[in-house]
Design a protein around this ligand. Structure first.
Ligand code: MN
Length: 242
């Protein structure tokens, strides 16, 4: 079995190495990740400049760095390694819950795998005052892989690990609005700049990814590529025939 691992935090992220260390108990592993951080790049792909893939010495791993996005890494990684069975992404330093999925480069790498007809699983964990405790998370990542690797009909899965997991939970995406405030500031040279905030507005709903992580459970959300709102489509076809 061959597992390709990408991320959006970059080839030197401790989360990438932690995921690789668990995955190599299951399969041959190869790391292909961005040369610099690409968080919140979503599913961007590079089409207007050349991409390079460079072998990168990382102890114990066959690893490559790419001057592109997370989706580029999966495209190039799957192209350069025959018969990849599974693509993993992460472990992201920061959660990818609810609406965060739209911006997530971590999830985009798993999504790129699904677009190529492969399976993709994205892993993320919150960061607090320090780095995540990957030693503590390791057996939980292992449990998730033991659960998901045989589930070959699940092609795209988003996994979020709380800092101190107590169990696993199947969840749905938490859809909430966020404040989207634009906060102005000044840099040391007096120039104006801006930060965009993404604090959720509504309360968390039971059964969602965000709820599970707040309960200390590992959230496992099966996703699909088809974004069509089927109820809205049926209503539109019935009420406004064209
Ligand atoms: Mn990231």
């Amino acid at each position: 079995m061959r597992i390709l691992i990408a991320n959006d935090d970059g080839i030197y992220s401790p989360g990438l190495h932690a995921l690789g260390e668990v995955a190599r108990d299951f399969a041959d592993v190869r790391l292909v990740a961005p040369d610099v951080e690409q968080s919140s790049m979503g599913h961007a792909i590079t089409h207007s400049r050349p991409l390079t893939v460079r072998h990168t010495p990382i102890a114990g791993f066959e690893a490559y760095r790419v001057n592109g996005t997370p989706a580029d890494c999966v495209a190039l990684g799957a192209n350069g390694w025959d018969e990849v069975d599974l693509v993993l992404s992460g472990i992201n330093l920061g959660p990818n819950l609810g609406n965060g999925m739209w911006h997530s480069g971590t999830l985009a790498a798993a999504k790129q795998a699904a677009l190529l007809g492969l399976r993709g699983i994205a892993f993320s964990t919150p960061t607090g005052s320090g780095e995540p405790d990957f030693i503590r998370l390791r057996p939980w990542v292992q449990r998730v892989l033991e659960l998901l690797i045989p589930e070959t009909d699940l092609c795209l899965i988003n996994v979020n690990l709380p800092p101190e997991p107590k169990g696993l939970c199947w969840t749905r995406q938490s859809v909430r609005h966020y404040d989207g405030r634009v906060v102005p500031g000044r840099d040391p040279m007096g120039r104006e700049h801006f930060w965009i905030t993404v604090a959720p507005l509504e309360d968390v709903e039971e059964g969602t990814d965000r709820w599970a992580v707040e309960q200390g459970l590992v959230s496992i959300t099966p996703l699909r590529l088809d974004l069509t709102d089927l109820e809205a489509l049926e209503r539109a076809q019935a009420e406004r025939p064209v």
